[in-house]
Design a protein around this ligand. Structure first.
Ligand code: SF4
Length: 476
């Protein structure tokens, strides 16, 4: 039933990893209720290593599975809506949306109906099981917490044009690692799903049936050309595509990273959501159950996973926020943007992945402990990756640490499009050298930033590498 080309894990078919089998639960839009959340704790405790990891697509991963997951348990999860009713499409990547959809006081449109609509459409159309696992889709409602810059094959980003709300269509094209490109097409909200269905059908119709490899949409577009592809898409639609060219339509809010951490008022009067920091995206089963209780007791029972590997508890009455903050802390978690763990990201590392040059997760934990006393007033995104593949984070970070045999190459800021991790500043830094070096880099940033709002990345981008090295000193 499953595609022969499936290489990514799903709920119904775990894949091998260094630390046992790995199962991934798709959570469309990242939104779960407390009953589902408790069921996830059960499966992690019964079948896995006693914890769950939030991924960079707001999925959940259960690791260290050594015995087959019981079929009754899988059916129970399916009944709770935690697995697709159609197993054949369970491999398709999680549908991404802003974790604040429907509660964001600044969003243009609530994208949850689009997420649910596409999820149902996939389940109801078995031929879509032919899509590759990496066929990824994102809906951005144009609010304060943006996801339209996340790497996806297809993106819909809300804008206002002449007082009406449209979505701009973005497609992944060009070199690997380049962001999705605006196609210069405006879609009314109700046009998005028919267009998405047509994009998927045309992709499938273009596949080489003699090949066992399914290309990424980007590769197909690079060969076919966007214009030709979109002409085919238009032929499948009962309405014409609305081409408007490259004209910029400003959404209301500039993108700011990790804006969701901490306490924020919702669009619903009197209610707040709290962005919770999960150290390296990981939750022990006791924490999962504790958060389910919290969400149910103080809020609507809703938990929202984010593509930044943490989560939000929503619908908390303002006056109860301090109680919830206290309880989050009592679970051993955090809610402050100033916590060094708020934007610390690491891939599985060499305990879970054979390709990793280093113990990224262990080193990230050690780094966080060392930097615990550093006071920050905004998150610093530090990304540790065990190899160039960069599974945990595909976008640039403030500081990137690429594992190499002896330690890490250190990169800062954006760099150009050929510099996947930003600009290299130090090479082969051992883990013993790393924590004091990063501490020094943060201290220099805090002294020399233009304003408290300047991010580490912006600060680094303003300086030549030689200047930064002069300020930060040598490695020793
Ligand atoms: S980034 Fe590399 S080392 Fe890390 S999990 Fe992915 S493949 Fe493994």
């Amino acid at each position: 039933m499953l595609s022969a080309f499936t290489v990514c894990p799903g709920l119904f078919y775990a894949t091998p990893a260094r630390d046992g089998m790995l199962s991934r639960i798709r959570i469309p839009g990242g939104i779960v209720n407390s009953q589902q959340w408790r069921a996830i704790a059960d499966i992690a405790a019964i079948s896995g290593g006693g914890y769950a990891d939030v991924t960079n697509r707001a999925n959940l991963q259960i690791r260290e599975i050594y015995t087959k997951i019981d079929a009754n348990l899988l059916r129970h999860l399916q009944d709770l809506g935690l697995g697709s009713s159609n197993i054949g499409v369970d491999h398709i990547r999680n549908i991404m949306s802003s974790p604040t959809a429907g509660i964001d006081s600044q969003e243009l449109i609530d994208t949850r109906p689009l997420v649910q609509g596409w999820d149902k459409y996939i389940a109801a159309h078995p031929h879509l099981s032919g899509l590759p696992a990496k066929f990824s889709v994102c809906f951005d409602g144009g609010g304060a917490v943006r996801v339209c810059d996340r790497p996806n094959d297809i993106g819909f980003a809300a804008v206002i044009v002449d007082g009406s709300i449209y979505f701009r269509l973005h497609l992944s094209v060009g070199a690997k690692g380049e962001g999705p490109m605006d196609m210069g097409i405006l879609l009314q909200p109700e046009e998005c799903l028919p267009v998405l269905a047509a994009l998927a059908d045309v992709y499938l119709s273009c596949l080489d049936t003699t090949s066992t490899r399914k290309p990424r949409l980007r590769e197909l577009l690079n060969g076919l050309g966007c214009e030709n592809y979109l002409q085919e898409v238009e032929r499948c639609l009962p309405f014409p595509l609305r081409y408007v060219g490259s004209q910029e339509y400003q959404t209301q809010i500039p993108t700011a990273k990790y804006r969701h951490i901490g306490v924020h008022p919702q669009r619903q009067s009197g209610l707040s959501y709290i962005g919770v920091v999960l150290p390296l995206g990981r939750l022990e089963t006791s924490q999962i159950r504790g958060l389910a209780d919290l969400a149910q007791r103080y809020g609507s029972g809703t938990i929202r996973l984010t593509p930044w590997q943490n989560l939000l508890i929503s619908d908390i009455p303002h006056q109860q926020v301090p109680d919830v903050q206290r309880e989050i802390e009592s679970l051993g978690l955090h809610w402050s943007v100033g916590n060094i763990r708020s934007a610390l990201v690491a891939c599985s590392g060499n305990t879970g992945c054979a390709a990793s040059a280093t113990d990224t997760k262990g080193h990230a934990r050690g780094l966080a402990e060392y930097l615990d006393g550093v006071k920050l007033n905004q998150p610093i995104n530090i990304h540790l990756t065990g190899c160039e593949k960069s599974c945990a984070q595909h976008t640039k970070s403030d500081i990137a640490l690429l594992g190499v045999g002896v330690g890490y190459h250190v990169y800062v800021g954006d760099g150009d499009c050929h510099q996947k991790f930003g600009r290299e500043i130090y090479q082969e830094v051992t883990f013993v050298e790393l924590p004091p070096l990063i501490e020094r880099m943060l201290t220099v940033y805090k002294i020399h930033r233009l304003t408290v709002d300047e991010s580490f990345g912006e600060f680094a981008n303003r300086h030549a590498i030689a200047q930064l090295k002069q300020l930060m000193g040598s490695r020793e």
